[in-house]
Ligand binder design. Structure first.
Ligand code: 13P
Length: 233
């Protein structure tokens, strides 16, 4: 079970350090892997505050080249050098707002893995695609560019459930996760309005191997509560 907090563009360096020190002291279950994904500028204080703990720090993206003329980008070797443990790639906000495609997501994923990072690769359909009966085709297309790897997990994040308070029902999420697993036999996290009060039900589904949490990961108590929902003990 993996619970990951995607902070998106929230928490600068000072707040990130404070949050991570509080998280370090929070009661987290031993049988749940916990990671946080702060913005780039807050990675160093997060790594520092969580040093010596089991809590990993992820970046929210990663470029496919090691270095070069790519203004605004950060590479896997740079993240690795900083002590960052992994990277999210292909988040729907990157795809929808910043022109990421299946091809660039695949390149980023491959480079991050090759650079020694763990990867959470995100997939998911829009409301329009779901209503048009295209969910399976979209998932198939997005997953088809990825290759199985011991250090790769997929996150299923239906776009209509992100930041909307509209969670996929556990049954609907289970179905999408089964589709993804039939294409690539990897752990699959669910993301989209996961909160302390719906996490247990979602995480109880057999094909749901964890959660990628946005808004509810920004508060230590609510994030820790979601982590506790993932415990089997
Ligand atoms: P919310 O939990 O805020 O809906 O965000 C989900 C998400 O996009 C995590 O990557």
């Amino acid at each position: 079970m993996l619970i990951a907090g995607n902070w998106k563009m929230f928490k600068g360096p000072v707040e990130a350090g404070d949050f991570c020190r509080a998280l370090r002291d929070a009661a987290l279950p031993d049988d749940v892997d916990v990671v946080v994904a702060p913005p780039y500028v807050s990675l160093a204080p997060a790594v520092q505050a969580l040093a010596g703990t089991e809590i990993g720090v992820f970046a929210q993206n990663c470029h496919w080249e090691g270095e070069g003329a790519f203004t605004g980008e950060v590479s896997a070797p740079m993240l690795h050098e900083l002590g960052v443990y992994g990277a999210i790639v292909g988040h729907s906000e990157r795809r929808q707002l910043f022109g990421e495609t299946d091809a660039t997501v695949a390149q980023r994923c491959r480079a991050a893995l090759a650079g020694g990072l763990n990867v959470i690769a995100c997939v998911g359909e829009t409301l329009e695609q779901r209503e048009a009966g295209e969910t399976d085709a979209v998932l198939r297309r997005q997953v088809s560019v990825l290759e199985a790897d011991d250090n790769l997990v997929i996150a299923y994040e239906p776009i209509w459930a992100i930041g909307t308070g509209k969670t996929a029902t556990p049954a609907l999420a289970q179905q999408a996760h089964e589709t993804i697993k039939s294409l690539l036999d990897l752990p699959v996290l669910y993301g989209g309005s996961v909160k302390p009060d719906n996490a247990a039900e979602l995480l109880a589904q057999p094909a749901i191997d964890g959660a990628l949490v946005g808004g509810a990961s920004l508060d230590v108590e609510s994030f820790a509560a979601i982590c506790r929902c993932g415990s089997r003990s």
